[in-house]
Design a protein around this ligand. Structure first.
Ligand code: UGA
Length: 438
């Protein structure tokens, strides 16, 4: 099938490349000329394992194209995915300006039937607004048509950064929100090669499934983080508590890892948007407001732990291992490292940091951080080290070498990565999250 994807950001790019890889002819569109010129040469703007190879392969097979024109990309397309950004406004609402602009442009350049599919995470009822925008802006000759000239559908994405390609290729489910048989048929055909479990519903429900899924995962994390606070106080081990809970199939072990809080471009923004959406619809989603509070508190309590154990923070040199909001990505959006580093700097600490991929993005965020080429350089001469992102590389460090390089061997493990490493044997003073048992 010929498919256009509007928005070559994280979601659009991964979706477009994967759809090409399963056999469709895809054109990805973006207004950023420089980005499109680079993508044509398979130079990708983000770090996502496997993406570059897949782009090269599908450009070569002539199934993947890039363009700056919606008109050109959608000319022969049956389906057009909208995958543009939906940033948060100051009040937490999703800003849908880009979605509206794209919907209007799709309408103005429409010359035959199109299925317009929302892929961006949008509040419930956006589908209806997209439908209205397209209807109002259709060319005169299409307005007169007796047959429907377009349909709108919702197809939320559930891709995780860092494992987006395998998430796309092996989905737990594909959710489609449709209002016509034709739209359902087209979407089923698009995903047929993956043989996925399909959840077919109306557009509003599909939009809510996305909000509810991300908010529920964020709730699990905040539950684990709240548990970690109790574990610290009563001498329990949050990892064992999570393990004991997780064997119950109704609960599951995933997303019960306590740490310095969730970050990224999705959970913080989506929880905010769901709280706002609920508020506007007349329901106060108190549970989610608390999920958000717990996430913020988790960072402050980590800072209190550092202040407590380091005693004086001013003029201390602190090494930071990991800046990205999670491993296998260069994404710094809402990364817990941001608040933690800025708070320590405000108290007068000097920060040295190492991240395998996120350094360039971090440079745009922090002032006066010394970026290092490897973990050992980052901890050299430090009074303490913080582990903030659980990169694979940090699992295999030479702890003897690390200890010798540091001025004071104190390690604050914000992800419980070293929970069973017994770092005391290398001479470290070790602090984890929710490890009241230590
Ligand atoms: C999340 C969802 O997992 C995807 O299903 C969804 O498609 C995506 O948002 C989106 O809406 O686009 P992502 O933000 O890439 O994906 O990352 P996750 O792996 O979900 O992690 C989010 C944050 O939670 C990270 O900061 C991670 O460190 C933290 N986390 C995760 C924990 O603190 N504890 C856990 O147990 C799990």
């Amino acid at each position: 099938m010929n498919i256009a994807i509007v928005g070559a950001g994280y979601v659009g790019l991964v979706t477009g490349v994967c759809l090409a890889d399963i056999g469709h002819h895809v054109t990805c569109v973006d207004i950023d000329r420089d980005k499109i010129a680079k993508l044509k040469k398979a130079i990708i703007p983000i770090y996502e394992p496997g993406l570059e190879d897949l782009i090269k392969k599908n450009i070569k097979k002539k199934r993947l194209n890039f363009s700056t024109s919606i008109k050109e990309a959608s000319k022969d397309a049956t389906a057009i995915f909208i995958a543009v950004g939906t940033p948060s406004k100051k009040n937490g609402d999703a800003d849908l300006t880009y979605v509206e602009n794209v919907a209007r442009e799709i309408a103005l350049t429409m010359d035959s039937y199109k299925l317009v599919i929302e892929k961006s995470t949008v509040p419930a009822e956006t589908g209806k607004k997209v439908e209205r925008t397209i209807r109002l802006n259709l060319p005169a000759k299409l307005k007169k048509s007796k047959e429907p000239v377009f349909d709108v559908a919702s197809n939320p994405e559930f891709l995780r950064e860092g494992s987006a390609i395998s998430d796309f290729m092996n989905p737990d489910r594909v959710v489609i929100g449709v209002e016509s048989k034709k739209a359902e048929k087209i979407l089923r055909e698009i995903y047929k090669p993956l043989k996925p479990k399909m959840v077919v519903t109306n557009i509003n429900s599909a939009e809510l499934i996305k909000h509810a899924s991300n908010s529920f995962l964020a709730t699990k994390i905040s539950f684990a983080n709240a548990l970690s606070q109790i574990c610290d106080k009563v001498g329990a081990d949050v990892l064992k508590v999570a393990e004991g809970m997780g064997y119950d199939k109704r609960i599951g072990r995933a997303f019960l890892n306590a740490g310095v809080g969730y970050g990224g471009s999705c959970f913080p923004k989506d929880v905010d948007a769901f709280v706002r959406l609920s508020e506007k619809s007349g329901y106060d989603f108190r549970l989610l407001r608390e999920v958000r509070n717990i996430n913020e508190e988790q960072k402050s309590s980590f800072l209190h732990l550092i202040e407590d154990k380091l005693w004086i923070v001013k003029n201390k040199t602190i090494g930071v291992l990991g800046l990205a909001f999670k491993p296998d990505t260069d994404d710094m959006r809402s990364a817990p490292s941001i608040d933690i580093i800025k708070a320590l700097q405000a108290e007068g600490a000097k920060i040295k940091a190492y991240d395998p991929e996120a350094t360039e993005n971090a440079k745009r965020i922090f002032k006066s951080v010394t970026y290092c080429k490897n973990p050992y350089e980052a901890v050299k001469g430090c009074d303490a080290v913080l582990l903030l992102t659980e990169w694979e590389e940090f699992k295999k460090l030479d702890f003897k070498k690390m200890k010798t390089a540091m001025r004071q061997p104190i390690l604050f493990d914000g992800r419980n990565l070293y929970h069973d490493y017994h770092l005391e044997q290398f001479g470290f003073e070790y602090y984890g999250i929710g490890r009241g048992d230590l």
